[in-house]
Design a protein around this ligand. Structure first.
Ligand code: MG
Length: 360
């Protein structure tokens, strides 16, 4: 449906605003963002990242403390950048999950408070749905097979019958988590992100070190590869058999090839002519290049975004919230908590648990 038709539909909703403005809060991991979206336009999207020293990851309590320290400044920044006041906002959206518990709670508390102070409806948004809706908005992809790759998630998704169906996923850690943890082993800087620095080092890699290739049907596994390369790094770097750059290159080539393989199989199954990459790992240009090659060979189109929109941000939550708000969703205060889990073992708040009422 094109955007003009969409806004006309909205006008026909009794009591609806002509151009609803949604403000979205995101803070499920080490990024905190506040975004403002009006009818398909991103008006503001400021973000801060909690960066820890090389060799360390981010712990939930410290990350939540960081988010609490900057969230009100970010809110003010977003309103100023959008040129709006609280009166112009029609709905407050926030990330309900999945993600890290303490950061999620710190952001949900602010979203709930702001909604009550400003007397606006509240919407709890699934983080994964936020990534997908932002990708669709920015690229204009209509019905893509989605590769969602980040520090916390790895899924191949396609829309059907009011759900984003999961065709394949990691059975242990996310691909971004594998890259981040390898960066810690090599004491690679976390600024601006470990993945970005691995990508730069990989460009200077010359030797492909053979690593396990673990595709299991439509699923992938990264924890064994991580253990293997940690071991290899100790041994081969000590004897100068390879360089840290070679290892970054080898790790990227191996894990990205696995992701391309399962995405291609899902596209073949769905007869899909479009692929869309979302999530923080999605701004890796080598991954985009490998996906592009696969798409070209199948006569399909690749859609991807840059770091502003594929790395966690507030506008993605505002955009998913905008779709939900328009479709009549509201989250009552009594149900405005958070949920951490996305795991296949716990069956809570996975991408395919959300009923996508805003699509045909
Ligand atoms: Mg994410």
């Amino acid at each position: 449906m094109d955007r003009n038709i969409r806004s006309r539909c909205w006008l026909s909703v009794p009591g609806g605003w002509a151009m609803p403005v949604v403000l979205g809060f995101e803070g499920s991991a080490n990024k905190i963002g506040v975004g403002v979206v009006r009818d398909g336009t991103v008006l503001a999207n400021p973000r801060r990242t909690y960066v820890t020293p090389p060799g360390t990851g981010f712990l939930p309590g410290d990350t939540a403390r960081h988010h609490r320290g900057v969230i009100l400044d970010l809110l003010q920044e977003a309103l100023t950048e959008a040129g709006l006041t609280s009166q112009d906002i029609d709905c407050i959206a926030y990330t309900k999950g999945p993600g890290m518990g303490a950061p999620l709670v710190s952001v949900a508390v602010v979203a709930r408070t702001v909604a009550q102070l400003w007397n606006k409806p509240l919407l709890g948004v699934n983080h994964c749905i936020g990534h997908i809706e932002m990708g669709r908005l920015i690229t204009g992809a209509t019905s893509p097979t989605v590769l969602y790759v980040s520090g916390g998630n790895t899924q191949v998704i396609a829309y059907s019958e009011h759900r984003y169906r999961i065709f394949g996923e990691t059975i242990d850690i996310a691909v971004g988590n594998c890259l981040d943890r390898f960066a810690r082993v090599l004491k690679i800087s976390n600024d601006p992100s470990p993945g970005y620095n691995i990508e730069q080092m990989a460009k200077r890699g010359k030797k492909l070190v053979e690593l396990p290739y673990t595709v299991k049907g439509m699923d992938v596994s990264f924890s064994g590869i991580l253990s293997f390369i940690e071991d290899v790094a100790q041994r081969m770097l000590a004897t100068d058999e390879c360089t840290p750059e070679d290892l970054c290159f080898s790790l990227q080539e191996t894990v990205f090839a696995m992701l391309v393989e399962i995405t291609e199989r899902a596209m073949a199954h769905c007869g899909s002519q479009e692929a869309l990459i979302v999530g923080g790992v999605g701004c890796n240009l080598r991954l985009q290049e490998m996906m592009e090659t696969m798409c070209q060979e199948r006569g399909a189109r690749l859609f991807a975004t840059d770091e502003r929109f594929c790395i966690d941000n507030g506008a993605m939550i505002a955009q998913a919230g905008w779709e939900m708000f328009r479709a009549g969703h509201r989250t009552p205060l009594s149900d405005s908590g958070i949920t951490q889990r996305f795991s296949v073992f716990f069956h809570r708040y996975r991408t395919d648990e959300v009923e996508v009422t805003w699509r045909d």
